[in-house]
Design a protein around this ligand. Structure first.
Ligand SMILES: [Zn+2]
Length: 125
């Protein structure tokens, strides 16, 4: 189950907007993310809120993992988008493992549209 998060608080994706004005409508299914960057942000927020269902729902069926456990004690501490162009988003996600150790993950992700919706496909080569 995703962690409840107050709609008026700053969105976990770091956009500077409130959760309700940013990623929440995507998480609830009220809207679909209009761009790869918006989808990337909403997926990061979903990781932060342990919303595995959303992360799986926005992952291409060919590459989605069979199981995804987001209740692993990892804290998501920030997202930086370096570049978003075409179907690619280059970003760094920051997190802390349960023992408090900080980590950074940089990835260039590729997204693809399926039935008019953007989905995460894979890491770019
Ligand atoms: Zn957001």
């Amino acid at each position: 189950m995703p962690r409840p998060y107050p709609p008026f608080k700053p969105c976990p994706c770091g956009s500077g907007r409130s959760y309700s004005a940013c990623c929440q409508p995507f998480h609830t299914g009220e809207k679909a993310a209009p761009t790869p960057e918006a989808l990337m942000r909403s997926r990061y927020s979903a990781y932060a809120l342990a919303d595995a269902e959303y992360v799986r729902r926005t992952w291409h069926p060919d590459t989605v993992p069979a199981e995804l456990d987001l209740n692993d004690g990892v804290k998501y501490t920030g997202l930086r988008i370096h570049r978003a162009e075409g179907d690619e988003v280059d970003f760094t996600a920051s997190m802390k493992s349960p023992d408090g150790q900080p980590h950074r993950m940089r990835e260039r992700s590729q997204f693809v549209q399926l039935d008019g919706r953007w989905l995460y496909w894979r890491e770019s080569e």
